[in-house]
Design a protein around this ligand. Structure first.
Ligand SMILES: [Zn+2]
Length: 89
């Protein structure tokens, strides 16, 4: 079984970072940075914006920038971004 990851930003989805529903229960698909209180924190974000945001968050947490860029390269392939046609430049 694959390790769970956020279907929006791709970060590992441990219990302590799971998003929350409006009733306070955990959401098993998204992390708390992407999804809180039953809604996306940035409902109109594009893949590029999400990637930019993720890289920023990772480098601020001490990750090297090249590694953050590498690890966020496939964000556009995550389930959240498959329905909307946001991959076209
Ligand atoms: Zn996320």
């Amino acid at each position: 079984m694959a390790r769970p990851m956020c279907e929006s930003c791709g970060m590992p989805l441990k219990d302590e970072v799971k998003g929350t529903e409006a009733d306070g229960t955990n959401n098993d698909k998204y992390c708390l940075h992407c999804y809180a209180d039953g809604a996306f924190t940035a409902p109109n974000a594009t893949v590029e914006e999400m990637r930019h945001y993720s890289i920023k968050g990772m480098t601020e947490s001490g990750w090297p920038r090249f590694l953050a860029k590498f690890l966020t390269k496939n964000i556009g392939k995550l389930p959240r971004w498959q329905k909307a046609d946001t991959s076209v430049p």
